[in-house]
Design a protein around this ligand. Structure first.
Ligand code: NAD
Length: 495
């Protein structure tokens, strides 16, 4: 298929409105915000720039849908069937959704199809199954009065209420589904605020949910920027905020939520270590490390962006990573030969370039060729750095969210544990070895919500996911997600 045909398919899916209470709407102010194709730098849509008034309408719609109880009191098996229907519609629309995502976010089409759309279907189906499996327990109490009276509590799990979901631009559709699917399965209602850079698949998701029969007001999408997100966080009608994005924004959200004791789950940044042990064969270490930091042009919260290699294997492994990454082809997500797509926005490209410059300025050695971007898109070539001085550096500390890795040598396991844990983040980590005894010892000692052994970036709806330290609060996926969108209610009987 030619570029023009791909773009035609993608553009055919664009809708430039938001969905509030089952109705397609513009912003009350009439303001819009431009959406770009990051591979060509062109404006492809103008979506509503929602303000406080729009947020108020959306939250009130979600509040009404929750308080009228039709969704939460629906037979669990019926709610499950509606979510399965939603999943079927997403699956039937897979090609078009993937085209839309690639056009708007930039990622290679196979990644949009295989990870984002297929992942969204998988998550919707997995979470649909939970709708019929939410259960509490009973407990016999020891309260002694009046003598002879016994007490038994039924501990139920009830939906937390109206959920404000704020998502980023790296996996726009999947991040939205990670929140929508468990929230809807538990009987909550949702206002979703996609990132200003990537609102298009979220809008299409809302259209499909409506078509699946999910009632008006249960799932609303409001497009806008950080101020729109802040209005959602501050709205008194919201019971819980669930957020994925930067640690800076996450801290602001946590502070605002504290004012009203609003529940908040935060999935924030990372600076995930990739630890190669001395027995690991070179090719496996090189491929593992390269894929761990290049997936989605490095715009992954668990990107393996710090590489630790034993001193005696350092030059060989790091040169291998630089060689593979240095040859990776850049191009539009619709180009079948392109391995790496553009970054999401001009602003983000500038930030990543500034961080790459900091590496050179602070004395790290750049091992990959500089490939200036002469296109009108937002491309950045992979950068592999070595820091053999042990000096503190911005690139070792800060999340880049781009195709950048910094490699450091280590002496022994104690040294690598110390270096790996020397971070404010604790999201992911990987260990590469054939020696499972040492791998498990390391896994025990590394501060991360997920530690992979001989893998990186493997995420599944059944496996809890989230961060330690400043990488966040709360867990997504599995039973943990269901617990996150419900709270216990104790009903105490005397007899
Ligand atoms: P961000 O965290 O500011 O934005 C993420 C989402 O939050 C967007 O929907 C945005 O509109 C919204 N938002 C922004 N300010 C808000 C506020 N005050 N209240 C409520 N919502 C608000 O991320 P960004 O500025 O787009 O990216 C900056 C950096 O964040 C990136 O370079 C990267 O390092 C990191 N990031 C991390 C993730 C992740 O998955 N952990 C995702 C995106 C970005």
């Amino acid at each position: 298929m030619k570029f023009a045909e791909h773009i035609e398919i993608a553009k055919g899916q664009i809708r430039q409105q938001m969905l509030i209470d089952g109705k397609w709407q513009a912003a009350a102010s009439g303001q819009t915000s431009a959406v770009h194709d990051p591979a060509r730098g062109e404006v492809i849509a103008q979506v509503p720039l929602a303000g406080e008034e729009d947020i108020d309408r959306a939250v009130k719609a979600a509040r009404r849908a929750f308080d009228e109880r039709a969704w939460r009191d629906m037979l669990p098996a019926v709610r499950e069937r509606l979510l399965l229907k939603f999943a079927d519609l997403v699956e039937a629309d897979a090609e078009r959704l993937a085209h839309l995502e690639t056009l708007n976010q930039g990622k290679p089409l196979p990644l949009a199809l295989g990870a984002e759309v297929a992942g969204s279907v998988q998550w919707l189906r997995y979470m649909a199954g939970w709708a019929t499996k939410i259960e509490g327990h009973t407990v016999d109490l020891s309260f002694p009065l009046p003598p002879g009276t016994r007490y038994r509590a039924m501990v139920q799990r009830v939906p937390v209420g109206v959920v404000g979901a704020i998502v980023p631009w790296n996996f726009p559709m999947m991040m939205a589904v990670w929140k929508i699917a468990p929230a809807l399965a538990t009987g909550c209602t949702v206002v979703l605020k996609p990132a200003e850079e990537t609102p298009l698949t979220a809008i299409r998701l809302a259209e499909l949910a409506l078509e699946a029969g999910i009632p008006a007001g249960v799932f609303n999408v409001v497009t806008g920027n950080g101020a729109t997100g802040a209005a959602l966080v501050a709205h008194a009608g919201v019971d819980k905020i669930t957020f994925t994005g930067s640690t800076v924004t996450g801290k602001a959200i946590a502070q605002r939520c504290a004012v009203d004791v609003r529940r908040a789950a935060l999935e924030l940044g990372g600076k995930s270590p990739v630890i190669v042990l001395d027995d690991c064969d070179t090719e496996r270490a090189v491929m593992g490390a390269t894929q761990g930091f290049l997936l989605n042009s490095g715009q992954v919260c668990t990107a393996g962006s710090r590489l630790y290699v034993p001193k005696k294997r350092f030059d060989e492994v790091v040169a291998g990573v630089a060689d593979v990454a240095g040859k990776a082809t850049l191009g539009s997500g619709f180009d079948p030969d392109a391995q790496i797509g553009p970054l999401v926005s001009a602003r983000h490209k500038e930030r990543v370039m500034r961080l790459i410059e900091s590496g050179e300025r602070e004395g790290a050695k750049l091992l990959t060729p500089i490939r200036p971007d002469e296109s009108s898109g937002y491309f950045v070539a992979p950068a592999v750095f070595a820091n053999t001085s042990g000096q503190p550096m911005t690139l070792v500390r800060e999340e880049v969210f781009g195709p950048v890795i910094i490699a450091m040598p280590y002496d022994d396991l104690y040294d690598v544990i110390r270096q790996a844990n020397d971070s404010v983040y604790g999201l992911g980590a990987s260990v590469w070895t054939n020696d499972f005894t040492r791998a498990l010892r390391l896994a025990d000692r590394i501060d991360a919500g997920t530690v992979w052994i001989n893998a990186h970036n493997v995420i599944d709806p059944a496996m809890p996911f989230g961060g330690m330290k400043q990488s966040g609060i709360g867990r997504e996926h599995g039973r943990a997600a269901i617990d996150g969108y419900t709270e216990t209610k104790s009903v105490c009987l005397s007899f």
